[in-house]
Design a protein around this ligand. Structure first.
Ligand code: FAD
Length: 474
């Protein structure tokens, strides 16, 4: 039961949003109070569902005045607990799911304006309907929202060619902590008018404002593609193969994913319909895709030739090409369901790191050696967007090992991996952000100057500390 001031707040929120805009029933609020990985279980005064920018503005003005913490939530697929309220029961979760209109598309400007609550797959479809292409692509695209993608600066499988979410934004509409609306939904590719305020909201994980809409970049529609699944002797060969494919294809490689043998075993075991694409097992694989906007681009023969030469040179051991859209979907299903297969197989310890692509082979060697020596009850599941230098350096609990003993290795393992990342000049959070999970890591690895500036920005945007308290910065 909320106390008196909680009751008054609920009443005020009800007046702003209407009765169906405020949820307090524990059975109904439960899915909004825990994160995708079940790392955190929060409580909240209410989960609310604004339908308009004006709603968001009035809610923030009210919460700011009353010093009520506000936790924005998109599709709740984030990996760092950023969208989960704390345990106090005093915060309000603001779900953006009802703010879900595509406001406009401008094919000649190659741009589109979407509200924050649009599901990523719907934005991709809207671009396709306009004979254009929106390249952001993640395993969670059927659930995550564009507002969440903007706020985590999401990456995914096309970063190599198109960049991260930050690179795909032209303008934003954001509600500030005090309820003012920053309306900057421009469709401009050139705009050098002072500080680039919008970029501060990208990757800010809801700590500087609530994004309500975005003007995003579109690209020529993909009309031909070639997808291959190839086994490679080691990570070095994967990196060499990427450089060769970029050269040979006129830089039309849009995805290049590294997959270890264990990921093939886990997905074929746990995910219905996934099969091993090759006849015999190999230690490492890559899934690569070339794309073009030209309908008759001979990408299949191009990739086939490049892989044949790589096979002769020992960079590739075996390969299969997708001969149909069905084949292509099957290959991508193997890649996209690795996290789910990992989850179904038992406990896992995860690290989302990035290193210069050229340094990845040496990093994987050293980090794997440390893990083998120090985590005997773990099995390495190292995969990811190798074309961007981004690996998910994960360990799964070995069969017959004891779950708690395995999980107890988290702290020393994290320290060893992240220290090594620093030694290699890399990042301990490549695409998943900080949220609540990595606040301590940011404090440890960011410089004093960086932290001072981040805290100053936070104070300037949110002087009362009501926006997603405790996330990114303590
Ligand atoms: C199967 C699977 C695969 C994934 N693959 C990838 C991948 O390849 N690359 C990648 O980058 N991520 C990946 N993710 C992580 C996740 O999907 C992304 O981080 C995604 O961008 C989160 O979007 P969301 O709408 O679910 O945001 P949420 O989880 O709801 O929120 C994430 C953060 O953004 C804030 N936020 C949400 N909406 C707003 C808003 N409108 N205004 C201000 N703040 C807001 C929240 O407060 C929170 O801090 C994957 C997740 C899963 C489950």
């Amino acid at each position: 039961m909320p106390d008196q001031s909680g009751g008054e707040s609920l009443q005020a929120l009800g007046e702003i949003l209407g009765a169906d805009g405020v949820l307090t029933d524990p059975a109904e609020t439960a899915p909004f109070l825990t994160d995708h990985r079940r790392l955190y279980q929060g409580r909240a005064l209410a989960v609310i569902f604004p339908r308009s920018v004006e709603h968001v503005s009035r809610v923030l003005a009210f919460c700011n005045e009353r010093r009520i913490g506000v936790v924005p939530q998109g599709g709740n697929t984030g990996y760092c607990g950023g969208a989960t309220p704390d345990e106090s029961g005093n915060q309000v979760v603001v779900s953006l799911k009802r703010l879900n209109r595509i406001r406009s598309t401008d094919p000649l400007n190659y741009s589109l304006v979407a509200e924050a609550g649009c599901i990523l797959a719907e934005v991709q479809r809207a671009a396709d309907d306009a004979e254009r292409f929106f390249p952001l692509s993640l395993g969670s695209e059927g659930t995550c929202q564009i507002g969440g993608n903007l706020s985590t600066n999401a990456g995914g499988t096309s970063v190599l060619r198109y960049g991260m979410m930050r690179d795909l934004v032209l303008g934003l509409e954001v509600v500030l902590a005090d309820g003012r609306v920053l309306s900057s939904l421009t469709a401009l590719r050139k705009d050098n008018t002072g500080y680039d305020i919008k970029s501060l909201f990208l990757g800010a994980e809801g700590t500087l404002g609530i994004i309500t809409a975005a003007s995003i970049k579109l690209f020529p529609k993909v009309r031909s593609s070639a997808t291959a699944f190839a086994s490679v002797p080691d990570v070095r060969s994967a990196v060499d193969l990427l450089a060769r494919l970029r050269d040979a294809s006129g830089d039309r490689v849009s995805s290049f994913e590294l997959i270890p043998r264990i990921a093939v075993e886990l997905t074929t075991r746990h995910i219905p319909g996934v099969t091993d694409p090759l006849a015999q097992p190999y230690s490492w694989y890559v899934l690569c895709e070339l794309t073009s906007s030209r309908a008759a681009d001979p990408l299949d023969s191009l990739i086939e030739e490049a892989l044949t030469t790589a096979l002769e040179d020992g960079l590739v051991l075996d390969a299969v090409l997708a001969r149909s859209e069905r084949d292509r979907i099957a290959l991508w299903k193997l890649r996209e369901t690795i996290p789910e297969a990992q989850r179904l197989d038992g406990a896992s310890l995860k690290h989302d790191i990035s290193i210069a692509v050229s340094a990845l082979p040496r990093f994987v060697e050293r980090a794997s050696q440390w893990a083998h020596e120090n985590v005997p009850d773990g099995r390495l599941v190292v995969y990811g967007h190798v074309g961007d230098g981004n690996l998910h350096f994960n360990l799964n609990q070995a069969p017959a090992s004891e779950r708690h003993a395995f999980l107890a290795r988290e702290a020393p393992l994290k320290r060893a991996i992240h220290d090594l990342v620093r030694e290699f000049g890399g990042s301990f959070s490549a695409e998943h952000g900080i949220g609540r999970l990595k606040v301590g890591e940011l404090e440890r690895y960011a410089s004093t100057a960086e932290l001072d500036l981040m805290r100053a920005v936070k104070r300037a945007f949110d002087p009362n500390g009501v926006l997603n308290p405790g996330k990114v910065l303590r």
